[in-house]
Design a binder for this molecule. Structure first.
Ligand code: ADP
Length: 616
């Protein structure tokens, strides 16, 4: 029983197609029919050739059954069955087993229909036409040469043979059709079940997706809020520290204050990285293309890295193709950030030797170029294995060797994301212990066809001009220094320390400064005093800066309906500036506030008659 089940299972295994299973049913039935048919043929006394042919047919069917299951993907066995049975087997049987008065015509019909079940339409038509011709040929041949036909002994035998053929063919087709219906119904059921499962799976996926999206949004807003919260106290620390640097005369304390300043700025750039990262992740990062001068990017990168490289006794060289267009159109801030990330890494991960910054370009068309910037160092290098993970977020490679070097593993992933947002690519070539070359390629529009010229020459020229500029700058600074003892300023911030920072930063201007630590308190002041400028923090509990501004504008009996209000905020999100201007602020100063920025913003807004220049 087990044996039968095993073989039955084999012929109906799930990986077979319905058509294939059908072939198995047909061949199995034919084989089962063939055996009693041989017995019957012997019993009714057909001649020995008839028996031999039937026996050979049985062997042939068994062989085909084996072959179709051994090579399920091949069409050959099906075509072979159809051809051999129809063109050799049945015509031979016609002559050996009694001619048209027996069941052979039924068998030939069976063979033709059976072909349609086995092979494709094209082959079926071809074989059916041939079978039709063969049947016709046999009938005509029998008509003219009956001596070549081995007739059955009696009319009774012929009727019996026809009956047997009829019964077998009916049973076989019955089984085939039943099986076919059963198989299609089963498949339809399975499909329906699969459909249902897929639908459920889709629903679950959609749910999981929503959960993930909201988790990711929560993470991004957490990061954005965290960095905002961190920037606020850094603002206080750096502001107070600036006061120490300005007012203290003690050398030792100045040294401490300098350290606080550099650590504070480092912390700030870290927070900015996290903010950038969370903005990119949440899709809130936008590019702000502007027209810019390439030399100024080169020069800034040079100035910012030159001292760092010098402190580590590294040679720092800037090279460029002098033919690069001098004025380009693109997001200058992000390009600078990308190059600076690569340069700070190059200096960080190089003990001795040099760091090279190389600018090249490729022409895309008349209006566009591909800006190619390479940063080449002779540092610790990166193994081939580690290069694969280099641009992953929060991934620092070779942590053991780099444990003394500070970093978060965010720089390169931000670099890559910015570069890709600008339609560019970033790549690395590196040999462990020998050095690395990072190359970014960013498409930029040409804003002006003038060329940038050799950087080194322009830098020398610049150095000569530097003295002159420094003198001018000192003059300018003197001009910018002012006092305004008659000016009245209101500063609104919920963090006391921030209020103090602004007050102290503006101490030298001698302005009359009022401090309000909430929106409500601010509204009390604006009711009784007229101010020249109001500096307003954005994020405050209960009433935020925007609401407070609107209330000032609408305040009945208020004295400041048209006083310029400047947003003072640690919210460095994209679009912030536009948002503040839209809300009615006159400008926007980002924290941590520097006294220079603050004074520059105020001097623009104060009534001219209240400003007293130091130099007269
Ligand atoms: P990190 O803040 O750790 O510097 P980055 O994303 O900027 O983060 O860099 C990821 C890792 O890539 C670093 O931890 C360092 O191992 C490796 N790396 C980056 N730049 C260089 C370089 N110029 N030379 C050698 N290794 C580098």
């Amino acid at each position: 029983m087990n044996f039968i089940r095993k073989y039955f299972g084999y012929f109906f295994r799930s990986e077979l197609t319905i058509k294939h299973k059908l072939v198995n049913v047909i061949l199995g039935c034919a084989l089962l029919v063939q055996i009693p048919s041989i017995i019957l043929t012997i019993a009714v006394g057909t001649n020995i050739w008839g028996i031999i042919i039937q026996f050979l047919m049985a062997v042939f069917i068994a062989a085909i059954l084996y072959l179709t299951n051994r090579f399920p993907d091949s069409l050959v066995p099906s075509i072979l069955i159809a051809t051999v049975a129809n063109m050799i087997g049945f015509p031979l049987m016609y002559f050996m087993c009694g001619g048209y008065r027996t069941g052979i015509v039924i068998w030939m019909l069976f063979g033709a229909i059976f072909t349609w079940l086995l092979v494709d339409v094209k082959w079926s038509v071809v074989i059916s036409v041939i079978v039709f011709c063969l049947l016709n040929g046999c009938l005509r041949f029998e008509e003219h040469y009956p001596q070549y036909v081995s007739f059955l002994d009696t009319r009774n035998d012929e009727i019996l043979d026809t009956g047997i053929a009829f019964i077998f063919v009916t049973v076989i087709f019955g089984l085939i059709f039943k099986y076919q219906t059963y198989a299609y119904e089963k498949q339809a059921r399975t499909l329906k079940e699969n459909d249902e499962e897929l639908r459920k799976l889709n629903e679950e996926l959609a749910e999981a997706n929503t959960r993930l999206e909201s988790a990711s949004a929560a993470k991004s807003s957490f990061l954005a809020n965290m960095s905002h919260e961190i920037r606020t106290p850094i603002n206080a620390v750096l502001g107070m520290d600036e006061m120490i640097l300005r007012e203290c005369k003690d050398k030792q304390i100045l040294e401490y204050a300098n350290d606080i300043d550099s650590a504070g700025h480092q912390l700030l750039s870290l927070v900015n990285d996290i903010l950038d990262f969370s903005k990119i992740e949440s899709g809130k990062m936008e590019l702000h293309p502007v027209e810019y001068e390439l030399f100024s990017v080169m020069n800034d990168c040079y100035n910012m890295i030159f001292m760092r490289a010098k402190r580590k006794e590294l040679e720092f060289i800037v090279e460029n193709d002098p033919e690069i267009p001098a004025f380009l159109y693109g997001d200058e801030v992000r390009i600078r950030q990308v190059i600076m990330n690569l340069l700070t890494n190059a200096v960080k991960y190089t003990k001795d030797g040099s760091v090279r910054l190389i600018f090249n370009y490729e022409k895309i068309d008349d209006d566009n170029i591909k800006l190619i910037v390479s940063v080449k160092d002779t540092g610790i290098g990166i193994s081939g294995e580690n290069q694969k993970y280099l641009f992953d977020s929060f991934r620092r490679v070779d942590e053991k060797a780099n444990r003394n070097i500070e970093g978060t593993g965010l720089g390169l992933s931000i670099t890559k994301k910015f570069t890709e947002m600008m339609g560019g690519t970033v790549g690395v070539e590196s040999v462990l212990y020998e050095g690395s070359t990072f190359t970014v390629q960013i498409p930029q529009k040409i804003a002006d066809r003038a060329t940038v010229g050799p950087f080194a020459e322009r830098l020398n020229h610049k150095a000569a001009q530097a003295e002159e500029d420094a003198d001018k700058a000192r003059e300018e600074e003197k001009k910018d220094r002012f006092t305004a003892p008659r000016a009245r300023i209101l500063v609104v911030d919920d963090v006391k320390m921030n209020l103090n920072v602004v007050r102290l930063l503006l101490k030298n201007t001698g302005m009359q400064i009022d401090l309000a630590s909430s929106g409500e308190e601010c509204l009390k002041y604006t009711l009784v005093k007229r101010y020249d400028i109001i500096l307003m923090d954005h994020m405050m509990p209960i009433m935020d800066g925007i609401e407070a501004l609107h209330k000032i504008r609408e305040q009945a009996d208020g004295l400041n309906a048209d006083t310029p209000v400047v947003a003072l905020t640690a919210n460095a999100l994209v679009g912030a500036q536009e948002m503040y201007l839209d809300e009615g602020f006159v400008s926007y100063i980002s924290k941590p506030v520097k006294s220079i920025d603050l004074e520059a913003a105020l001097v623009k807004l104060l009534p001219k008659d209240k400003i007293v220049r130091e130099n007269g």
